[in-house]
Design a protein around this ligand. Structure first.
Ligand SMILES: [Mn+2]
Length: 454
């Protein structure tokens, strides 16, 4: 039986860009997603992990999730949310008992019993498909490091455990599903791409507690499709069955602004039938703009940005110019071919009103000396413009190719010598100004006084 899925992941509710929270963008995304559900009326909404940005999200973000789920359930009879590596699986699972019989399933951590990961997809009281939902698997749960074991050996054991876990849960799903019912697998992990050429095959690694590059084959070939979270760029990975990443709906870093956020609509014709995939780009409430240059250049560009008017397209062209890169390279104005089939980005209020656009700005400023109050000064240039300074990065004119210090030696150097060398490294060829030396000593005395040290 045919049915429709809306696939999304990596919302990272509660995320901040330096000091700025993304509440407005997240709220707008969730409102838009509700309108998508109302329009598309899918059988299933699959939220594939990293719902929150942190294990202990702000109360406001938690409220956002549950308000959304309650409202979404008016439009979609089956909702499955799995935990990602950013989420606390246990914390997500706390509400599970309350959700029984609501059509909403939240699986934060992977339970021991495979049956608990199997969710029927119901329509008017009839089961149309079966979901095998696999929350993020933590490497230390799968294979604790053994002494004397190489990284490759441990990675091999991890892939074996991931394979076994996915197989076990799909076996449990198979136990339930009848002829004609498709199997949908949900997961949150990093699947290796490009398996055809051996050079591009990256070995499985464990980096910062995450598993990198599990082969798509390890997830099996029984599902109509495998819908994943974890990679923020929307993409399709080669595998025995369609392996899809929906990507994050809003860019979580300025780098991620290069590809369009949105959700994926997957239509499944039936068991062992090919799936149809459509992208719906999410509206951008805020643009992410990058400005780079010397201090004077950045001042001039920010002043220009603050005065900018015109249609959205005109503004975007201007942003590209300000970023100083090739078109679309710096702030997400280029559309990713594979990711956008179907609808154009919806028009926005700002454009309709001809007020130009607004958003968050990252400034990378090249300096030849310290500039006190830099952030405040730059932020003031944008006052009242609709643009907000989110991130300030300072770069030394000469790069950071100065003198380096052996880690052990650091303990033997007096603090003011460390300070002098650090300054010389940041601003080669210039001496530390005397007022800065005085300020450093003042701070040093304050710290020592507080610690009761010499
Ligand atoms: Mn993520």
């Amino acid at each position: 039986m045919g049915f429709k899925i809306v696939h999304t992941s990596d919302w990272h509710l509660g995320q901040r860009l330096d000091r700025l929270d993304r509440k407005e963008e997240h709220q707008a995304f969730l409102e838009w997603l509700l309108s998508v559900l109302e329009e598309e009326k899918p059988d299933l909404l699959a939220v594939c992990g990293d719902v929150f940005d942190s294990a202990n999200p702000p109360v406001e973000s938690v409220g956002m999730l549950y308000t959304f789920l309650a409202r979404a359930s008016a439009w979609v009879p089956n909702i499955v949310v799995i935990g990602g590596n950013h989420d606390s699986g246990m914390r997500l699972d706390v509400v599970s008992p309350l959700l029984k019989g609501t059509g909403i399933t939240v699986l934060g951590a992977c339970p021991g019993e495979a049956e608990r990961c199997v969710v029927p997809v119901m329509r008017d009281g009839i089961r149309v498909a079966v979901v095998a939902a696999v929350p993020y698997l933590r490497p230390y749960d799968l294979a604790t490091a053994l002494s004397g074991e190489t990284e490759a050996e441990r990675a091999g054991r991890i892939v074996d455990s991931v394979t076994a876990r996915f197989r076990e849960i799909q076996d449990a799903a198979d136990g339930l599903r009848c002829e004609g019912e498709a199997l949908i697998v949900l997961g949150h992990l990093f699947v290796a791409g490009g398996l055809a050429t051996p050079e591009s095959e990256r070995p499985v690694q464990v980096e910062a507690g995450r598993i990198m590059g599990v082969p798509a084959e390890a997830l099996g070939n029984r599902a109509a499709c495998i819908l994943l979270g974890h990679l923020h760029r929307p993409q399709r990975v080669k595998g025995p069955v369609p392996v899809l990443y929906s990507g994050s709906p809003i860019p979580l870093t300025f780098d991620e602004a290069r590809y369009p956020g949105g959700v994926t609509v997957v239509e499944v014709a039936g068991r062992d039938q090919p799936v149809q995939v459509r992208r719906l780009p999410a509206p951008k409430v805020l643009e992410l703009a990058e400005v780079t240059g010397t201090l004077d250049e950045c001042r001039a560009k920010l002043t220009e940005l603050a005065k900018m008017t015109g249609t959205l397209d005109e503004c975007r062209a201007k942003l590209t110019e300000l970023a100083g890169g090739p078109p679309g390279s710096a702030h997400g104005l280029s559309e990713d071919g594979q990711a956008t089939t179907g609808a154009q980005e919806p028009p926005r209020e700002a454009e309709a009103a001809g007020r130009g656009c607004r958003g968050l700005v990252k400034v990378t400023v090249r300096l030849d000396g310290p500039v006190p109050g830099l952030r405040e000064e730059l932020a003031a240039l944008l006052d009242g413009s609709g643009w907000v300074l989110a991130v300030v990065r300072r770069e030394s004119m000469a790069g950071t190719t100065g003198e380096t210090v052996e880690p052990g030696l650091l303990d033997d150097l007096p603090p003011d010598e460390v300070f002098r060398r650090r300054y010389a490294r940041l601003y080669p060829g210039s001496e530390v100004p005397s007022d800065l030396v005085d300020a450093f000593h003042e701070l040093l005395e304050e710290v020592w006084g507080r610690e009761g040290e010499p």
